[in-house]
Design a protein around this ligand. Structure first.
Ligand code: FMN
Length: 185
């Protein structure tokens, strides 16, 4: 599958990184768009660099590259995952403000009725955040809050991250066994 991965400046850059690693391991074609705030947040939160994260993707774009193929609905991709999604990016997408390549490509995903999975990150939420999540859901997007399940008895942060990455791929329609599933007692 051809999958667009967006990373914006919310906390939890590790989610986007894990999703990229998983898609690469599964042999999918990935198109990465990172905002400038995501690049800064990767440096703050992780031991890797934006340049190394870009190498995980098949193709990586500059945030203002409106000439990129993915900016057009005529370029086919099957699904888009934004992880993490800042409240600013959520607001832009929910209100149709396509002022950079990430918000534009999410707009394309919605208008072309393709799968759009958004992993928003903020806590607590104000009414504006909640209303933007409602708008995005009504427009066809899926909101996946990065809230881990504890029935898998996670033993590390890595296992918690895997749970969210696995659910994001599930919702994007991508077969995976990144994280254990509940199979009853
Ligand atoms: C370390 C760090 C953590 C941040 N965490 C969040 C967050 O969890 N949620 C959020 O909405 N913004 C967060 N921000 C602020 C965003 O990065 C900021 O609003 C930025 O303008 C978002 O831009 P973007 O949507 O273009 O990436 C964080 C910033 C930094 C530096």
């Amino acid at each position: 599958m051809r999958v667009v991965v967006g990373m914006s400046g919310g906390s939890g850059q590790v989610y986007g990184i894990r999703i990229l690693e998983s898609l690469k391991a599964l042999g999918h074609e990935t198109h990465l768009i990172m905002t400038n705030a995501a690049r800064e947040t990767i440096r703050v939160e992780t031991d890797t660099t934006p340049e190394k994260v870009e190498k995980l993707a098949s193709v990586s774009y500059r945030i203002k590259d409106f000439l990129a193929p993915i900016a057009s609905g005529s370029f086919r991709f099957e699904a888009m995952i934004i992880a993490p999604c800042s409240m600013k990016m959520l607001a832009a997408i929910a209100n149709g403000v396509s002022s950079d390549l990430l918000s534009r490509t999410a707009d394309v995903a919605l208008k072309e009725r393709r799968r759009l999975v958004v992993v928003p990150r903020e806590t607590p939420l104000n009414l504006i955040h909640i209303r933007n999540m409602e708008s995005l859901t009504l427009a066809g997007g899926v909101i996946l809050p990065p809230e881990p399940a504890f029935y898998t008895r996670p033993k590390s942060i890595s296992e918690i991250v895997d749970f969210i990455a696995g659910r994001a791929l599930d919702l994007a329609g991508i077969e995976n066994d990144i994280s254990p599933r509940w199979n009853g007692i």
